[in-house]
Design a protein around this ligand. Sequence first.
Ligand code: GDP
Length: 138
Amino acid sequence: MEETLTIIKPDAVRAGNAGRIIAHLEDAGFVIQAIRRIRLSRAQAEAFYAVHRERPFFEDLVAFMTSGPAVAIALARENAVAHLRDTMGATDSAQAAPGTIRNLYGTNIQNNAIHGSDSPDNARVERAFFFAGCDLVG
Ligand code: GDP
């Protein structure tokens, strides 16, 4: 099985949708290998999104991701990276296909409820950011 990493973002946790999003992921066939409630520091958010450092929205993104608790989840499934991206929907919640997590629980291009790794290589890096090998089950 392939592995990936998701974060239920602060907007969705604040709105009380973390449980519904976890159920949505399980219904989509993902196995939860490890799960952690997190509160990202500024340094952690900047490191996690380092690839976006030069983008005009970087400061807003860091402020958003540090604005409250989030939930990091290590996931496994066949074709997990691509399937999670399909299950999440487009980055902009307003453009996300009906029934996707971002369509159901996101608000706009920034407050879009959920993160998902965009490649197996990035999934490995992002999973190691939050979880040690001994945390992973099944
Ligand atoms: P993703 O892989 O679909 O999450 O999208 P990206 O890697 O392009 O962007 C990372 C995150 O930055 C997104 O999930 C949004 O939370 C945020 N973001 C992306 N584009 C914009 C934008 O144009 N404006 C703002 N404010 N945030 C954005």
